[in-house]
Design a protein around this ligand. Sequence first.
Ligand SMILES: NC(=O)c1ccc[n+]([C@@H]2O[C@H](COP(=O)([O-])OP(=O)(O)OC[C@H]3O[C@@H](n4cnc5c(N)ncnc54)[C@H](OP(=O)(O)O)[C@@H]3O)[C@@H](O)[C@H]2O)c1
Length: 221
Amino acid sequence: MPLMRRKRIAIIGGTGQEGFGLALRWARVGHRILIGSRSPHRAEDATRRLLSLIPSAQVQGLPNEQAAAQAEIVVLTIPYSAQGGILPALREAVRGKIVVDVTVPLLSKRPLVVDRPAAGSAAERAKQLLGEEVQLVSGFHTVSGYLLSRLDEPLEGDVLICGDAEEAKQEVIALAQDLGARGFNVGPLRNAGVLEHLGGLLIGLNLLYKRRAIGIKLTGI
Ligand SMILES: NC(=O)c1ccc[n+]([C@@H]2O[C@H](COP(=O)([O-])OP(=O)(O)OC[C@H]3O[C@@H](n4cnc5c(N)ncnc54)[C@H](OP(=O)(O)O)[C@@H]3O)[C@@H](O)[C@H]2O)c1
């Protein structure tokens, strides 16, 4: 990867399945990864785990706030219920930065019920909590964390991305391509609820059909 394209990417909740999988695939192509956690120990454990899989990776484990402060791009892979406890403390650290929200807001898993946040979507609520200056992009909901961590397997599914900042969306589409996927712009941040519901449907399908990596692919494009 050309040096110019290398980013410092903080993954808030990067100790979990989705965040760790993204960290792995981005580290593999040369991005610098800051794994964020509420616990420095869990962040360090995840860092060791990543280095055992990709010894050449540039990765560091940090408390969420420090990871966000040191990053150029901040990715949120935390449960919807954790937004209120974590995001307000990141406001200063993410001011003016690209923040990618991957949250699927679930009310319950069995049966699978996706929440409808009053803000319109989890991503719009994240923007409220992080402040207007943030360049919020919503995406990666249809990418299975399980599949991300299976480095030998290709990511066959497409990544759908929405947001109000055009340049930010192009950066995030490039990050989708770094995973080996196709990334598509699906419009303004107001569409985030659709992506979140789509992500929820896939989680439900995985449960119903006893699979772990169902994705989606656009045709005719
Ligand atoms: N897993 C997938 O395949 C997938 C696919 C698409 C979208 N997503 C979305 O991505 C986000 C992360 O998914 P995940 O499966 O990685 O979730 P997870 O493992 O349950 O949580 C991710 C991380 O969030 C942190 N966290 C902060 N507050 C928490 C709280 N109150 N309870 C539990 N964890 C908390 C934890 O890190 P620390 O304890 O280290 O702080 C945890 O490791 C979710 O919003 C999910 O809907 C997941």
